[in-house]
Ligand binder design. Sequence first.
Ligand SMILES: *[C@@H]1O[C@H](CO)[C@@H](O)[C@H](O)[C@H]1NC(C)=O
Ligand SMILES: *[C@@H]1O[C@H](CO)[C@@H](O)[C@H](O)[C@H]1NC(C)=O
Ligand SMILES: *[C@@H]1O[C@H](CO)[C@@H](O)[C@H](O)[C@H]1NC(C)=O
Ligand SMILES: *[C@@H]1O[C@H](CO)[C@@H](O)[C@H](O)[C@H]1NC(C)=O
Length: 328
Amino acid sequence: MRYWKYMKIIFLVLLSAIIVTLTVQKVPYDQFKYLMNNSLVEHLLHEEPCACGKHCLAASDDNWFSERFRDHVHPLLSLNNSVLSDNIFNWWKTLQSTKSKANYSQVIQKLFSVIPGEDRYRDVGPSRCRTCAVVGNSGNLVGSFYGPLIDNHDFVMRMNKAPVEGYEKDVGNKTTHRFFYPESAIHLDNNTHLVVLPFKLLDIQWITSALSDGSVKRTRFKVIDKLQTNKDMVMIMHPAFIYYVRTTWLHLRRSYPSTGFLVLMFALHICDEVSVFGFGANTKGAWHHYFEEMPKKFRRTGKHPGGLEHQIILELQKRNLIDLYAGW
Ligand SMILES: *[C@@H]1O[C@H](CO)[C@@H](O)[C@H](O)[C@H]1NC(C)=O
Ligand SMILES: *[C@@H]1O[C@H](CO)[C@@H](O)[C@H](O)[C@H]1NC(C)=O
Ligand SMILES: *[C@@H]1O[C@H](CO)[C@@H](O)[C@H](O)[C@H]1NC(C)=O
Ligand SMILES: *[C@@H]1O[C@H](CO)[C@@H](O)[C@H](O)[C@H]1NC(C)=O
């Protein structure tokens, strides 16, 4: 209480001193105002878009980035935003190999009777600094000793069946989010968020069923029918988000982005700082998974546009928008 009184007095004395000095020096009022506006006041009142020291992703003023980044395209499906525009719905239907007769709005309604329908991660603001590690599955992680560095992020995002056990020193031991589709699903512990990538309506029917009656046993082939995971932590990537990544970032007409690229884009949208591990080839030029033997003959990327996706990742790095750890 007492301190406040003293602080106030000191502040008033200082202010008077400044005014007296300025008057004696005959600094014109305009200049005085200018001084106050541009340094002191600005410094005291200006709010940073996020609380990270370095930079805040969504607020980046990089031109190349802002031509592509669409702040308003939310990466997750919620009760509030599940309606799809016709062109997105029609594109999404072309990905499905089976002619599904299911009614989209009924499928969604059923989904959100099993998992929460709330809107998450819309908390960007001056008090948030969320750091995220996106961990791909590349063999360039082998021998990297990135484990502790990866675990040091708020969110650690992994994909598909990538194991942690036995690889901790290179890939870390923490997983806050795991991304997969039905055909690449694994059981999770109950502290991990699951983000399902729906490439077809059946994928949404699968997760609904896998968390309830287990009636969906096949998609493109036999899949896990009863999934162990914490229902309250399950989320679905928005089909409109996949569409946006495909069109705005990759300019694709056919096909869809790779899982790794979708996870990276997800991170760019919900995090303030993003570090990227385990993407691309290893230093020998081999593309393989860190949990598999390096092949004798090196594999090239197939269906996914690995080339363009990789170029974009390098560009993001060059523009200081992500920290890319190239591995070994
Ligand atoms: C889907 O179901 C809703 C009611 O749940 C109904 O209003 C709508 O017409 C149905 N759509 C189609 C294409 O059958
Ligand atoms: C849906 O949006 C409204 C207003 O935008 C909000 O009040 C409501 O909480 C939201 N519901 C969910 C489930 O997120
Ligand atoms: C994860 O690794 C850290 C060291 O990097 C260790 O302190 C921690 O106990 C490990 N946690 C688990 C659950 O193994
Ligand atoms: C989480 O899982 C463990 C074992 O897998 C179980 O013992 C525990 O009760 C679960 N906790 C909750 C909140 O479901």
